[in-house]
Design a protein around this ligand. Structure first.
Ligand code: ADP
Length: 449
């Protein structure tokens, strides 16, 4: 028998039995009825208080009852606590999940079953120019107004992505987005957006590069082919034959230089950064460049029958540079060779060194034609030339500065260019102090003019 019924019968007996014994059965029945009515009224009052307690937002720590009511209240309290803990856990999980999506580099938008924005992360908002709060519950097609997207959205299935323009502040910062819709849940859609501007740029650069290389190789090949045909079909004397062979050799040389520079570039791209354990002697490196520069000035003076360039090399500091001898030689010799090739005969090419606590700068200055400022930012692009014919005449491949820039990046440094039209140019190789160390032995230094 439940405890409450037993308790009720007990108190009925306690009230009714003495009355029965002292008075009579009718009086006992009356007393029991009165007790029962009072009991019901008390229970009703307790029940209402209990209801009020249940409806209160936070259930009191200690329920103000005893007996069965306390038991029920405690159980309810325990259930309530468990439910609260479970809700908190779910909320925490949801927050973690949303934070993870928020941290995603891709844009994520959850659309409800009427294609209205339910939630979106900040990346998606930036990509598509949305306002995370204001645009909630707006139809996605009303906000992403690109006709390509509208057409894509109206399809039943979206097996592939679509490329659309992203929202950006200016034309110069136009972004390209790859957007794809995925079905999920009950008629809902997930929209993912990815910024593919850099991928598209890299793709275009690769295509341009292949086109440029083909063009650079086709020109000397066509010339070579023409000469071979002439040699085969036209009877020539020994002097003429010699002249043609010389021209053919120069075209072959041009292709060889191009292939050599392409190989250096691809090597720089695929190989790991140069070994920091190798300490390259700066005086030795400069001496090597000096020998090459002397040979080039003599060759140009002979070819163009003019006065040799003046080459001035300042005292080389007794330093070592951490990195690759081959790459550093290539970077410095490209600058010196450019200075000689683009400076008219008789001009001055000057190599200087300056060291501060933070960096070492090797500067190659010339008194050449100088470079207009609009060309400066593009000079290190592959095959970018200001004067096509001057570059080709002097054996340029259009890759020298691209190689130098790459080498400097691999050595933690940078290539800096200053120039003034009609005055000359200065190309600076800047190395961070962390790459430089002192050299102990005194090398055999040269100063040339
Ligand atoms: P190139 O093989 O044509 O010399 P580079 O990458 O070395 O290719 O140089 C790119 C372009 O920068 C050159 O074609 C030339 O127009 C310009 N340039 C480079 N160095 C100088 C310089 N010292 N003076 C003037 N123009 C230069």
């Amino acid at each position: 028998m439940p405890y409450v019924v037993f308790e009720l019968l007990f108190w009925l007996a306690v009230v009714a039995l003495p009355v029965w014994i002292w008075l009579d059965a009718v009086s006992a029945l009356l007393a029991a009825s009165i007790y029962l009515i009072l009991h019901i009224l008390v229970q009703d009052w307790k029940f209402r208080r209990f209801q009020k307690w249940l409806n209160s937002t936070s259930l009191q720590a200690n329920p103000p009852w005893r007996g069965a009511w306390l038991d029920v209240a405690t159980r309810i309290q325990r259930q309530q606590l468990l439910a609260e803990n479970r809700t908190q856990l779910h909320e925490r999980r949801l927050q973690d999940f949303l934070l993870a999506i928020q941290a995603s580099p891709n844009g994520v938008i959850l659309l409800d079953d009427e294609s209205r924005i339910d939630w979106c992360n900040d990346t998606a908002a930036t990509h598509l120019g949305l306002d995370v709060k204001k645009d909630r519950l707006q139809h996605i097609v009303h906000l992403v107004r690109d006709p390509l997207f509208t057409r894509y959205f109206s399809q039943d299935n979206h097996p592939s992505e679509v490329l659309i323009d992203g929202r950006s502040a200016s034309v110069s910062s136009l972004r390209k987005l790859s957007v794809q819709l995925h079905k999920y849940g009950d008629g809902r859609l997930l929209l993912l957006s990815r910024d593919v501007t850099e991928v598209i740029k890299a793709d275009a650069m690769r295509r341009d590069f292949v086109a440029n290389v083909s063009h650079e190789i086709r020109t000397p090949l066509t010339v070579l082919g023409g000469f071979v045909e002439t040699l085969q079909s036209v009877p020539l004397n020994a002097q003429e034959t010699q002249k043609y062979l010389q021209l053919m050799s120069s075209q072959a040389g041009r292709m060889q230089s191009l292939v050599a520079d392409l190989l250096i570039l691809s090597q720089l791209e695929v190989s790991q950064s140069p070994n920091n354990q190798d300490h390259i002697s700066l005086p030795d490196l400069v001496n090597q460049v000096i020998s090459e520069a002397n040979a080039l000035t003599s060759l140009l003076a002979d070819q163009l029958s003019g006065q040799k360039h003046a080459l001035v090399f300042d005292q080389v500091p007794l330093l070592r540079v951490m990195g690759s001898q081959k790459e550093l030689f290539s970077a410095l010799s490209n600058l010196v060779s450019n200075a000689i090739r683009y400076t008219p005969l008789g001009g001055l090419v000057h190599l200087t060194f300056s060291q501060t606590d933070d960096q070492l700068t090797i500067s190659v200055k010339d008194t050449g034609p100088g470079i207009a400022s609009e060309h400066l930012p593009r000079l290190t692009e592959r095959f970018y030339r200001i004067d096509q014919s001057r570059s080709r005449e002097t054996g340029g491949t259009g890759l020298g500065l691209a190689i130098t820039k790459h080498v400097m990046q691999r050595h933690g440094g940078e290539l800096q260019i200053e120039s003034e039209l009609g005055v000359g140019s200065t190309f600076n190789l800047i190395f961070p102090a962390s790459r430089i160390s002192n050299q102990i032995a005194t090398p055999d230094l040269q100063t040339h003019t």
